[in-house]
Design a protein around this ligand. Structure first.
Ligand SMILES: [Zn+2]
Ligand SMILES: [Zn+2]
Ligand SMILES: [Zn+2]
Length: 777
């Protein structure tokens, strides 16, 4: 009996997952003290290693509690347990970080200020009262201040701030909430804020935050340095101030995000479901798209023409302070950049780029090492969906269904996100904006260097889109040539579907509905309304079968037809057999415009053919809403969805589209013709039918047509899984109608959740297809 009580056991754990920078070591230290155990813990490049020694039953309790009580920001993917010979140690130690070996640990994402820190921030008796950089192991910046892992202070932009004795004591005390909190700081030793004029001169002020509030209340535009970059901020209830921001930014239509003090304030401006509220309060604090309340006091020009608002809550102490005295009700907080350029992060660079926009700058001296915009999410079909992957979600690992050699997938053109893959994981970068110019490409290179460095991934293959004209494609070719690496091209809509399948762990086969704006097809045409049969586990995973597609119509003027939806409307109406005069009238074109466009279509000059569903949405919006020209991507489609938001979802009320002469054996895809739709729609317009019900019938018709095509696909292939992807899947009405209708027909339906259905998800899908090809070789 004596012997049993004194049986000493030593175990060694290798813990993998998100276990660095999330308070894991102090948690383990406390656990060891509570259980009276000796041993050690240290970060390594694979995660953490723990050695634990003591009475057997205590060791067992430790192992149980290690998983059950892990800190809130951590995520344990695996624990490998090994027994080791006891060393008769008497104390528990925290070892200095070891930096060698293969990196596979998850680096933590940035996390919003926790409740404990918020309490201190607003407590006049606390030594960090109103200190804009307080944080602890449960909250604060991570990815954006980290140069490389292991995540330790010397590897972050906090390295230059030497902790004062009080901070150091917290940092060294294993019972303290700030034990090994790498960005730990206080007003004595940490970063500070100050005000700067557009000419770069400091503006003296006793309290820069209060001075900033007063300027905002006076209608000024402030550039405010945050966690992942600068925001341009303006009082969201001040119509004139918001308009001035739009004029200076040359941004007229695009909706602007609004930050409010807390959940109650969010409820006052939006109608929120339980899911919306939960999403607003997650540690990632994304911008959430929700229904705007009428008369909520937010200026109309914040989100013109749509019934939604992108709303979010403060996630950094500095932001909490702006709302603390309740004078500021709501702030427009938009990424500080010029149109689609990357967000500014450096103080000098911000002044250079923003001095003609901002009236003053609220600066700080904690360097941002990684640009990161705010993430955007929405509740789609009752569950959250990621629309823009950025702060709070980078660089979380995503699963790959196949073992992958190290590879780089460069993504697409607009809303670029690249991915690095190795083994069973892919790591997507943050949203990098449009890759249209050298500034965008510079940001891409910078983020790639950082992520390659962080994860020590040296790509052995490069994956790109099939489009020969994308900047990402030509860059990929150059980069691969310099390194003598093989290239893999993946068709755009194939990548979309593969991303959705991999997200849900489907290796295939599946019927993919790739409903999208623009993607280069294998026939050189512009695709975007595609029904694909995808078999990732088949003998030829690089290929897919194009089972059906929207019938081709010309895009008169090419890219111009995207900016000017009236061109698509005219083209679609003429293709449907409507006469020139009537087509011009419905599209809102004058006779000269109609003549020019008609000539382009007849001669096939600068009128590429497209099967894009996004362009069909544009065309219908041009006719129904008179939206002739757009000033941001997908504006027409977003307005069309918003226009019928109060109409019921009735699949059966949809306009007809026709499924035409497919022959699978002859590899001839079924064509989905919108000609009958145009005839019914113009009849309704002439009859004076309510336009919101016309918009609703259009949505229902599109959904019904693709459900019909999926059924045909199932008859031919006996596949009953359907993956939904592409930019049109941001449309919540389409998503609802498709899911309900497909499930009614007995399909298993898969929608994107943690990967964007838009082009932000492309690189993940490219990596999936490439991994499938390479693992089959
Ligand atoms: Zn905290
Ligand atoms: Zn200090
Ligand atoms: Zn796309």
């Amino acid at each position: 009996m004596q012997a049993e009580r004194h049986e000493v056991r030593r175990e060694r754990y290798e813990v993998r997952g998100v276990v660095q920078g999330v308070g894991f070591r102090p948690f383990v230290y406390r656990l060891a003290l509570e259980e009276g155990l000796a041993g050690s813990i240290g970060n390594d490049t694979g995660g953490v290693t723990i050695e634990i020694e003591g009475p057997a039953e205590r060791v067992e309790a430790f192992r149980r509690r290690l998983q059950a009580e892990a800190p809130p920001l951590s995520r344990i993917d695996s624990i490998v347990v090994r027994e080791a010979p006891p060393r008769r140690e008497t104390e528990f130690r925290i070892n200095a970080s070891a930096a060698s070996g293969h990196v596979s640990t998850g680096i933590p994402a940035d996390a919003a200020t926790c409740a404990d820190c918020l309490r201190e921030l607003l407590d006049p008796n606390d030594r960090r009262y109103r200190y804009p950089f307080l944080n602890c192991t449960n909250c604060g910046p991570r990815y954006t201040i980290t140069r490389r892992i292991p995540y330790d202070r010397p590897q972050t932009s906090m390295a230059r701030f030497t902790m004062c004795p009080a901070c150091q004591a917290e940092y060294d005390d294993p019972t303290n909430r700030r034990f090994h909190a790498q960005p730990n700081a206080c007003p004595v030793c940490g970063p500070r804020v100050w005000l700067v004029a557009p000419d770069g001169a400091d503006i003296p002020s006793g309290d820069p935050v209060t001075a900033a509030i007063e300027r905002l209340m006076a209608g000024e535009i402030m550039a405010i340095k945050g966690i992942g970059g600068f925001h341009l901020a303006v009082d969201a209830t001040n119509e004139a101030a918001v308009m001035r921001l739009r004029e200076r930014k040359h941004r007229y239509g695009k909706p602007l995000a609004v930050m409010v003090r807390d959940l109650d304030a969010a409820r006052a401006v939006c109608e929120l479901s339980g899911e919306d509220e939960a999403l607003l309060e997650t540690v990632a604090r994304p911008i959430v798209l929700a229904a705007r309340r009428a008369g909520c006091g937010i200026a109309d020009s914040v989100a013109p023409g749509i019934p939604w608002l992108g709303v979010f809550l403060p996630y950094a102490p500095l932001q909490h302070l702006l709302f603390a005295d309740a004078r500021v009700k709501a702030l427009v907080m938009t990424s500080a950049n010029l149109s689609e350029e990357p967000i500014s992060i450096d103080n000098e660079e911000a002044i250079q780029r923003l001095r003609n926009i901002a009236d003053a700058f609220l600066m700080h001296d904690r360097e941002i090492l990684q640009r990161c915009d705010d993430s955007v999410m929405a509740v789609v079909d009752g569950a959250p969906q990621l629309i823009r992957r950025a702060r709070g979600f980078v660089p979380l690992a995503m699963p790959l269904p196949f073992d992958s050699p190290p590879l780089l997938a460069v993504g697409g053109h607009l809303k670029n996100v690249f991915a690095l893959a190795r083994g069973r994981f892919a790591y997507q970068s943050q949203h990098l904006g449009d890759l249209e110019n050298l500034t965008g490409l510079g940001f891409f290179r910078e983020a790639l260097q950082h992520l390659m460095h962080t994860f020590e991934i040296e790509p052995e293959a490069v994956v790109h889109d099939l489009h020969p004209g994308y900047l990402s494609t030509s860059w990929a070719k150059e980069w691969a040539a310099e390194r003598n690496l093989p290239l893999i091209a993946v068709q755009h809509h194939h990548a979309h579907i593969a991303a959705c399948m991999a997200e849900h762990g489907i290796e295939g086969p599946a019927i993919g509905l790739s409903l999208d704006g623009t993607g280069y097809g294998t026939d050189g045409r512009i695709w975007g309304g595609e029904v694909l049969i995808v078999r990732l586990d088949g003998p030829n995973p690089g290929n897919f079968e194009r089972f059906a597609h929207l019938d081709y119509v010309p895009m008169p003027g090419g890219e111009a037809a995207i900016r000017e939806p009236w061109r698509m409307a005219f083209s679609a109406l003429r293709t449907a057999g409507v006469d020139t005069e009537e087509a011009a009238r419905l599209a809102g074109a004058d006779s000269q415009q109609a003549r020019i466009v008609e000539r382009m279509m007849e001669r096939g000059l600068n009128a590429p053919l497209t099967s894009s569903l996004g362009r069909l949405f544009d065309a219908v919006a041009a006719v129904v809403l008179k939206r002739r020209v757009v000033d941001y991507e997908a504006q027409a489609a977003i307005e069309l969805e918003g226009f019928c938001v109060d109409e019921p979802d009735e699949l059966s009320s949809g306009y007809a589209l026709a499924l035409l002469d497919g022959d699978q054996r002859a590899r001839k895809p079924t064509r989905i013709s919108a000609a009958p739709l145009w005839r019914e729609l113009s009849t309704d317009l002439r009859a004076g039918v309510n336009k919101s019900s016309i918009a609703a019938r259009f949505h229902a018709g599109v959904a019904a047509a693709f459900i019909g095509a999926a059924k045909l696909g199932r008859e031919n292939t006996e596949i009953d899984k359907v993956a939904l992807s592409g930019g049109c899947m941001h449309n919540r009405r389409v998503a609802r109608l498709l899911r309900a209708g497909l499930e009614e027909e007995g399909f298993q339906v898969f929608e994107h959740r943690t990967v964007s259905p838009g082009d932000g998800g492309l690189s993940y899908g490219q990596a999936v297809v490439a991994a499938a090809i390479l693992s089959h070789r």
